[in-house]
Design a protein around this ligand. Structure first.
Ligand SMILES: [Zn+2]
Length: 624
């Protein structure tokens, strides 16, 4: 992030970092000191991590500066200790997931132990916050920690915390962990929950679905590994020191809401540059030996995506982006986004034909999250539709741009399938799901992927195809730019679309579909021919989307408009027509049953069964 306050805050963090090593020499306690300067970041983390890859443990020390930005004084703080999801089968994560995620079963153990947590670490007698701390806010779950302050922090005041902890990484299963020498270190440090402006903590245990909601902060991260190891981390590397015993690297990530890193001794590297509006973006792809071909494709898609997303949703504002290609067997870490870093997926070989299932899909999706979660930081547990749903749509939109609409899902052995048709078939076919605009815990089984990802994408694509793609991107861009570095709710999305289209769009289309599962189910009768005329009847249930009906036969082709306010359309056309389609350009993707959208000679439908098969394969890879 390049911002006017960048230079000042880098200097501040640099000044603080060495002090960590010399606490005894420091005086001048600033317990509960008000913020000194308006240009200091309200929230800042200094984290020092030493990775022990033999024991799969990270030894951490650090500081947090936190500012009460709410309107109410606070006498408690809430921290997330998310690795404790893997400490017990009774954690919310394990209970919800049945000890498995995306088909991967958990075996092993992980966790985080806070060894020291004090208020005002520079004071001669720092206040021990672990005394009286509550670590089991939900029965059986130790992923949240509530600590009590010696006196309330007033609105606008800042406090400084000092801490030391040990993170025990699990065998990689869900996002974090190790596989052989590969270490994905995520959700790994004591991290403050977000305090809402009204003064309530928006804290939740670590869930199987949805994990992000935090304040934007400046992070200074130092990672120590054995010599010869390679590290990819959030932010930009500022220093690298080599000794015979260790390699130490320091990274800075400004104005992000999380940091993560990956480490392995065998990472190979590919680099690229995106010329962004805010300056060049250095793209770094770290991949296992033998994955060169795949890494090249990930880099191509990343560069294309930075240009595409940047043009529509605001330029990528950070100087670096790191892409981690996980090794075979580390699927649990794959397909995950962190600010300025993501973990992609896909086999070592480069293969065309399945844009929706292989490299292109996962890279396009995780890159999309740099905007819809990284920059537009909605509450993922409360409103997963705002990041996964929107990201799924921008992913499909980018794949259409890269491959063409007809081949954006599958283009293999003569079979071509539109990627959004696949999403529609999986989301709307089969058992009903809750509507997309629900909290993450409202969904069980595969309903989360089908509703939050698939149905949201089908809804957005229906609007884009019915009323114009450029206009849809403009509306979404309005939302993305207005909400950058903020924490929006669905009303903010609906308001942006209302500004672009008028009030009718949120009221008549987006709210009924996203909140109430409104559909637009159409069917048409087979053509009846008599006396040189052809008659068909088309009927619709649900949303009134404008479309057309096409007739074809020996007398050529006719296209009849079907306005949105007509539920039953009777067509009586001079000439002989043997086949009829409603919505022949497939603009509406809110019909659970697409096979009755055409009638007459020739049969269709097999493609949808195949499509369903492929979509399930895909969602198994990328969700959540
Ligand atoms: Zn996602």
């Amino acid at each position: 992030m390049r911002s006017p306050r960048a230079a000042a805050s880098i200097a501040d963090v640099r000044a603080v970092a060495p002090l960590l090593l010399l606490p005894a020499l420091l005086g001048a306690p600033f317990l509960l000191a008000p913020r000194a300067h308006a240009d200091e970041p309200a929230h800042a983390y200094t984290l020092e991590a030493r990775l022990d890859p033999v024991e799969h443990v990270v030894h951490g020390e650090g500081r947090i500066r936190w500012t009460n930005e709410s309107e109410r004084a606070q006498d408690t703080l809430l921290l997330h200790l998310y690795l404790n999801a893997f400490a017990s089968d009774d954690s919310v994560f394990m209970q919800e997931s049945g000890s498995q995620l995306r088909g991967v079963r958990f075996r092993g153990e992980g966790g985080i132990t806070v060894e020291r947590l004090v208020l005002d670490p520079d004071a001669p007698a720092a206040h021990d916050l672990l005394e009286g701390a509550e670590d089991e806010l939900v029965e059986g779950d130790r992923t949240q920690l509530r600590v009590h302050l010696p006196r309330p922090v007033e609105p606008g005041e800042s406090v400084e915390l000092g801490m030391a902890w040990e993170s025990r990484l699990p065998p990689v299963f869900a996002r974090s962990g190790w596989h052989g020498a590969f270490h994905m270190v995520a959700q790994w440090f004591p991290k403050l929950a977000r305090l809402e402006p009204g003064g309530e903590w928006a804290s939740f245990p670590y869930h199987g679905h949805g994990e992000f909601y935090a304040d934007f902060a400046d992070y200074d991260l130092t990672v120590e590994t054995p010599p010869g190891w390679v590290v990819g981390a959030s932010g930009v590397m500022r220093e690298e020191r080599f000794t015979s015993a260790a390699t130490v690297r320091r990274f800075e990530a400004e104005r992000v809401h999380d940091v993560a890193f990956a480490a392995a001794p065998w990472f190979e590297e590919l680099e690229g540059t995106h010329e962004g509006e805010a300056g060049p973006v250095h793209v770094r792809v770290l991949y296992p030996p033998g994955f060169r071909g795949a890494a090249e494709r990930h880099l191509e898609v990343t560069l294309a995506g930075l240009a595409h997303y940047g043009a529509h949703y605001g330029s990528y504002p950070y100087p670096q982006l790191t892409v981690i290609v996980p090794p075979r067997g580390a699927d649990g870490a794959a397909g995950m986004e962190y600010p300025t870093l993501f973990v992609t997926a896909g086999p070592w070989f480069r293969m065309g034909g399945l844009p929706i299932a292989l490299h292109d899909e996962v890279t396009a999706h995780e890159l999309g999250h740099m905007w819809f979660q990284g920059l537009v930081a909605s509450n993922e547990v409360a409103w997963p539709m705002l990041d996964e749903g929107i990201t799924e749509w921008v992913t499909g939109d980018l794949l259409q741009e890269l491959h063409g609409r007809a081949r954006s899902g599958i283009d293999l052995f003569g079979l071509r399938v539109d990627g959004f048709e696949l999403r529609r078939a999986l989301a709307l076919g089969g058992r009903p799901t809750p509507p997309p605009a629900r909290p993450a815990h409202a969904f069980s089984g595969n309903a989360y992927g089908r509703a939050v990802y698939g149905r949201s994408a089908a809804i957005f694509e229906t609007v884009a195809r019915t009323w114009g793609r450029a206009r849809f991107r403009r509306a979404l861009g309005r939302y993305a730019k207005a909400q950058r570095f903020r924490h929006p709710v669905p009303e903010d999305l609906l308001a942006a679309f209302g500004e672009e289209y008028g009030d009718w769009m949120p009221r008549r289309v987006l709210h009924p579909t996203l909140f109430d599962n409104a559909i637009c189910a159409r069917r048409v009768t087979a053509p009846v021919r008599a006396g040189g005329r052809t008659r068909v009847v088309a009927t619709r249930v649900g949303l009134g989307l404008p479309t057309r009906v096409r007739l074809e036969g020996p007398d050529g082709r006719r296209s009849v408009p079907w306005p949105g306010d007509v539920e039953r359309l009777e067509i009586d056309e001079a000439g002989t027509f043997t086949r009829v389609w409603v919505d022949p350009e497939r603009r509406g993707l809110l019909d659970p049953e697409a096979r009755d959208d055409a009638a007459g000679e020739r049969e269709g439908g097999g493609i949808f069964r195949r499509a369903l098969f492929w979509l399930q394969t895909v969602l198994g890879q990328v969700a959540p």
